[in-house]
Design a protein around this ligand. Structure first.
Ligand code: F6R
Length: 298
């Protein structure tokens, strides 16, 4: 169920949002937009360039795209893909690599031509990293630029692996990972000690050049960074806040990821329209009465 798909309290919100009750439904809405774009380009005999994210957030989106391929004959024959990032030290076929993740969740399950898949190589020798990054940017340009960029958001507000402090103009490059990012990844690597310390990522400048950007976020752990990106100032401390500068961006959220936004925490601040249809026993309003430490709990 779509809860709200509005620009309602725009005084405080600097990016358009779509808020859904459940991530599956939200993912289906994003998949429908991607499928619509792919089909429109097929009718024109053109390719379409997708920028893809990994991590837990897009898993339900990729599952829906695979379903559309199997059950509704969505072909990916005209699709070109560029992934956002890769851990330093992992080649694209390493079991924990984002390359393998993409094959498992999407590439091996659809008819995307192998030659149209672009992944960063985390195992490129030190001396070749800069050239590899420049070449990746060059390939994006040669493909005509990214038409549709999918993003998740880290608990520290990162997009790709552009950690707090990353510059707006940053391009594809080698970066050190923030301790929080490594902590969140530690489960996949069998502990923090074994978790890579660096990654190669598209830059914020690279991401902002995409023609359309959809950032997806699920769960209360993302509520704080989502609020900072949507309602806060544009700052290097919250890299996703740079998306406020893009005129075709949308945040697609589930209820919990949206729960720290003023429209749910303090709807009365936004006037009568924001309170319409809500009653005092609904969850976003009850949260306001909870101790601050519990505000983001489900
Ligand atoms: C992954 C990426 C990251 C993730 C973010 C959220 O390619 O670019 O920015 O989107 O760390 O990760 P999950 O979805 O696992 O919460």
């Amino acid at each position: 169920m779509l809860i709200e798909h509005t620009l309602l309290p725009t005084r405080l919100e600097h990016v358009p949002l779509a808020v859904f009750a459940h991530r599956q439904v939200a993912s289906c809405a994003v998949a429908a937009e991607v499928a619509g774009l792919i089909r429109a380009r097929q009718r024109q005999g053109r390719t379409v360039v997708l920028g893809l994210a990994t991590g837990s957030t897009p898993v339900s989106l990729y599952a829906e795209l695979v379903r559309l391929h199997r059950e509704e004959r969505l072909s990916f024959a005209n699709v070109i893909t560029f992934n956002l990032d890769e851990y330093r030290g992992l080649s694209a076929d390493h079991p924990r690599s984002y390359g393998r993740f993409m094959r498992r969740h999407l590439f091996d399950l659809i008819d995307l031509p192998e030659t149209r898949i672009h992944l960063l190589d985390g195992a490129v020798p030190d001396a070749a990293v800069d050239a590899h990054c420049r070449e990746y940017e060059q390939k994006i340009r040669a493909a005509g630029g990214i038409d549709f960029q999918i993003l998740g958001i880290g608990r520290n507000g990162h997009i790709g692996f552009n950690e707090p402090g990353s510059a707006r103009a940053s391009r594809t490059r080698l970066v050190a990972l923030d301790p929080l990012t490594r902590q969140d990844a530690a489960g996949d690597f069998g502990g923090e000690e074994r978790t890579p310390r660096c990654a190669i990522t598209m830059g914020i400048g690279t991401i902002l050049e995409a023609r359309r950007i959809v950032l997806m976020a699920w769960g209360w752990r993302k509520a704080g960074p989502v609020r900072a990106a949507v309602e806060g100032e544009v700052t290097t401390q919250a890299p996703a806040s740079f998306l406020q500068d893009h005129d075709q961006v949308q945040f697609v959220l589930d209820h919990d990821a949206a729960s720290a936004l003023t429209r749910y925490r303090l709807p009365w601040l936004l006037g009568a329209r924001a309170c319409q249809g809500r009653t005092w026993d609904q969850r976003p309003i009850r949260r306001v009465a909870a101790p601050a430490s519990e505000i983001h709990r489900p």
